[in-house]
Ligand binder design. Structure first.
Ligand code: CP3
Length: 341
């Protein structure tokens, strides 16, 4: 086995310098991404065309000394594969045909993996072309996060439509979560079989939930995916990312069975240092806006993060996705800082 510093860190081995990748590292802040995106026409075409998806996955690694590639796709290919209509409108984000109870009953899991075959082909090609020391990260959205888009039809600041649906239609909601858990296990197992080294489960909307809702909508589905996946792929390395989990972070780390915990930028460094097991690998957590502004606003916090988590396994990352207005020179400087140059 070639040494992969990022995979090793997920598995609990602290490295001399933390390995790094950048959440949403392939994207609109890169001119070469915008070029490829234009030639693809629509966004889902880009996700389902292996030649193009491989190209945009590798673009950030050509420019920057990153330790991982993340498969280029989206968390919303799952609703698309289940037969729900999904579109990406420029400047508006994703738009789905919002589901009601009957719509949940019409979702069809039987063709999902064959629909996602082009994404799996992208993983195989990436595996074949990446240098052996680079970690290949596969991913899916966590069921609750994906459900917020499926039920709400689009992103929203408070996920009110999905939160209300979960309370008013508990049986239909559980059917939806079950479908998403089972499809996600199939999909992640297939990504690992195709050559991904580790998978990340994006729970981007782990916020705005009371105790019981957090347990039911976030903890339990993440736990079931990890368990189901390990049943298929013993020892499967998993990064969890419950964005906004705040006071629930520790519960998440303890109850889901993940190997490494992604933390958002609002999580205090000190909380991680003192309240989470010292051997738990942690990933994060620079505010993406510090990367936009650069200079001392960025550098001081990068140093604080490196210092606070220096004695545990740590993967350096942003605390949420890189934004389109990020200057490329700031990304270069960030990597110099983390790599100690
Ligand atoms: O390098 C990478 O990380 C690329 C792969 C990737 C994308 N989306 C590509 C993408 C990954 C890992 C995602 C995850 C994703 N998608 C999440 C979880 C992470 C997070 O940010 O919280 C979520 C919630 C989505 C759903 C989604 N997709 C939204 C809300 C949007 C619109 C907002 C935006 O950033 O544009 C997308 C579109 C999307 N997904 C783009 C990219 C590069 C931009 C679309 C474009 O090029 O026009």
């Amino acid at each position: 086995m070639p040494h992969k510093p990022l995979l090793a860190t997920v598995l609990g081995q602290r490295q001399e310098r933390p390995p790094l990748w950048i959440m949403r590292q392939a994207g609109r802040y890169l001119p070469e991404y915008r070029e490829t995106r234009k030639s693809a026409g629509n966004f889902l075409e880009l996700c389902y065309t292996p030649d193009l998806a491989v190209e945009v996955t590798l673009q950030p690694l050509r420019r920057f000394d990153l330790d991982a590639a993340i498969l280029f796709s989206d968390i919303l290919v799952i609703p698309d594969a289940l037969g729900q209509s999904v579109r990406f409108e420029t400047g508006e984000g994703p738009v789905l045909e919002a589901l009601d109870e009957k719509g949940i009953d019409r979702l069809d899991r039987s063709g999902a993996l064959s629909h996602l075959e082009p994404v799996l082909e992208t993983v195989r090609r990436l595996r074949a072309s990446l240098p052996p020391e680079k970690t290949l990260i596969g991913f899916c959205g966590a069921p609750w996060t994906v459900a917020t888009y499926m039920l709400g039809g689009r992103g929203s600041p408070d996920q009110a439509i999905a939160r209300r649906f979960a309370l008013q239609h508990p049986a239909a909601f559980e059917r939806l979560i079950d479908i998403l858990v089972e499809t996600s296990v199939d999909y992640l197992a297939a990504q690992l079989a195709a050559g991904a080294d580790v998978v990340q489960i994006f729970e981007s909307w782990a916020l705005n939930l009371d105790d019981a809702a957090f347990a039911r909508q976030v903890l339990e589905p993440n736990r079931r995916i990890v368990e189901g996946l390990r049943h298929r792929v013993p020892g499967a390395p998993v990064i969890g990312f419950p964005r906004g989990a705040a006071g629930n972070l520790r519960r998440f780390a303890e109850d889901t069975g993940i190997n490494a915990l992604g933390v958002d930028y609002a999580t205090p460094l000190e909380f991680i240092r003192t309240q989470l097991p010292p051997d738990l690998p942690v990933q994060g957590n620079l505010d993406p806006l510090r990367l936009v502004v650069g200079g001392e606003a960025m550098e001081s916090q990068v140093r604080a993060i490196l210092e606070a988590w220096s004695d545990r396994p740590h993967i350096f990352n942003l605390g949420h996705g890189i934004v389109p207005e990020t200057p490329i020179a700031h990304v270069e400087r960030l990597i110099e800082l983390v790599k100690g140059r």
